[in-house]
Design a protein around this ligand. Structure first.
Ligand code: HEC
Length: 473
């Protein structure tokens, strides 16, 4: 590792980081896999951005140790499988190859889906297999299931007629949640399928815009057509389509433009001179594409402040610096042209051990809130509804998807960030209980408000959308 001046805390943490682990004789194939591969191939090799590494039709020849060593070392450059030589040593790659070869004939065990998740047998209040009494909310708030079987539900947008459009990840679908007569729950209609991780959804001029990894598509007049497998137009916009951090949320801004990010195609790499690690904006027809912000590693959540109209966004911190650094960020970009630090400075205060190269954190915009390491903040919203009590209004709610590689899991929560103007006053749990002991029952992705002031939270793990209401009792 390169020696540069580091704060003492960062040095001691570096010893628990991947680089140090890899040198220790005790490193296992499982550790190597989780640290380097799970983000794309799934924690249980069930697949994600990359294919499953369990039983499937192998793309690069029979899964023999020799073939696996070859594909892991060289990668598949034009298909977003990184080359792991020399980042990993030959013995490490051989260890991984044996490990994958051993499981290659068996179907990978995916995370339990909504349908198979074990429901606790006893007579606890349950809805669609989930024990709702395991959630913790402040007094007077209640949580229920608004819609289920919304497989890999990601970001959401609410139309004027109360239909909620939901993007998805692996499912490749866009859904419409159509309120039932009771307004307490919704029917799920598939608007489109076969798309490439269409996580981003936003509405502009009556059209639904959807961000896939490689393109932006538009469904005109969507509220009238959602149930008829509507056709779509491809919006002309040329942005990188790397798969690593390549999923694209989208949001229509108060200026009538579409805001869209491009993540860094790596854990950490120098991206300043590339089109990656930036936020862009463009006109509704895709023209006038311009860079809006830079130094943004991987943002998966945008919201515009209800009065200042400034863009607030979450950003996910880098990995492999240990369990406790750097922090994930909540940022404000009130105008174009700001730099938020990646890859030089993380969380506003941690110089990158390899990329800082004489740059200092003072050069960059500091986050308005440091949300904690590995919590994976995704969607956020300003609650301007009237149903919640005064103290809960005009504050920010952030969905923390939860850590995937931290020794002790963190995140798995919807947080309430209270504000004084544009200053952050506190960061406290609003909904806990997505993590119960070591068991993950849900992973929050996005937060929106319905016209009645209730709040919806999407969950891509359980394929559900929850609804939070307040009745003061
Ligand atoms: C950034 C995402 C990403 C990461 C990280 C990643 N992979 Fe991949 N991997 C892919 C993609 C995408 C493919 C499919 C390439 C193709 O379509 O040819 C792939 C393909 C493979 C294959 C071939 C599968 C087949 O069907 O033939 C193997 C083996 C593999 N990866 C192993 C690994 C290992 C081991 C690691 C960690 C050291 C790793 N990958 C990390 C994205 C990734």
């Amino acid at each position: 590792m390169k020696q540069i001046a580091l704060p003492a805390a960062a040095i001691s943490l570096a010893f628990t980081s991947f680089a140090a682990q890899a040198a220790a004789p005790s490193v296992t194939a499982e550790n190597l896999y989780q640290a380097n591969c799970a983000s794309c191939h799934g924690v249980k090799m069930e697949g994600g951005i990359g294919p499953t590494l369990g039983k499937h039709t192998w793309l690069h020849g029979e899964p023999t140790k020799a073939n696996l060593i070859k594909v892991i070392s060289k990668g598949v450059p034009d298909k977003n499988m990184p080359a792991w030589s020399p980042a990993l040593t030959a013995p490490q790659i051989a260890l991984l190859a044996s490990y994958i070869a051993a499981g290659a004939g068996k179907p990978a065990v995916a995370a339990p889906s909504a349908a198979t998740a074990a429901a606790p047998a006893a007579a606890k209040p349950a809805a669609d297999g989930i024990d709702l009494s395991g959630f913790k909310l402040p007094k007077g708030f209640h949580i229920s299931v608004y819609a289920s079987q919304v497989e890999t539900a990601r970001s959401m947008v609410v139309s004027d007629s109360g239909i909620v459009y939901v993007g998805s990840r692996k499912a490749g679908k866009v859904y419409a949640l159509v309120p039932r007569a009771d307004k307490q729950s919704a029917d799920v209609v598939t608007v489109a399928s076969g798309l490439e991780n269409p996580i981003g959804v936003t509405l502009l001029n009556g059209a639904l815009y959807v961000g896939e990894i490689g393109r932006v598509i538009r469904f005109d007049n969507i509220d009238k057509r959602y149930a008829q497998k509507p056709s779509y137009e491809v919006v002309k916009v040329s942005l990188p389509d790397d798969k690593w951090h390549g999923e694209k949320i989208m949001k229509a801004g108060p200026d009538g433009k579409l805001y869209i990010p491009v993540g860094a195609p790596c854990n950490v790499c120098d991206t300043d001179d590339t089109k990656s690690a930036k936020i862009y904006r463009m006109n509704a027809d895709g023209s006038g594409l311009e860079e809006y912000a830079r130094g943004v590693r991987n943002t998966v959540g945008f919201a515009f402040h209800p009065t200042t109209k400034a863009l607030w966004f979450t950003d996910n911190g880098r990995d492999q610096m240990g369990d406790n650094t750097p922090s994930c960020e909540l940022n404000i970009a009130p105008k174009a042209g700001l730099h938020f630090g990646f890859p030089y400075c993380h969380g506003g205060v941690v110089p990158d051990p390899d990329f800082a190269k004489g740059r200092t954190c003072e050069e960059f915009v500091e986050p308005v809130a440091k949300l904690g390491p590995h919590v994976a903040p995704l969607g956020l919203t300003f609650y301007t509804g009237k149903q919640f009590p005064e103290a809960y209004r005009n504050n920010v709610y952030v969905a923390e998807h939860g850590s995937w590689n931290r020794t002790t899991k963190s995140g798995y929560s919807v947080r309430l960030i209270t504000l004084y103007g544009s200053k952050v006053v506190s960061d406290t749990p609003f909904i806990d209980g997505f993590l119960r002991g070591e068991e993950v029952v849900g992973r929050p992705v996005d937060v929106v408000t319905l016209a009645d002031g209730s709040m919806l939270v999407s969950d891509d793990h359980g394929g559900r959308v929850f609804r939070v209401t307040y009745d003061g009792k």
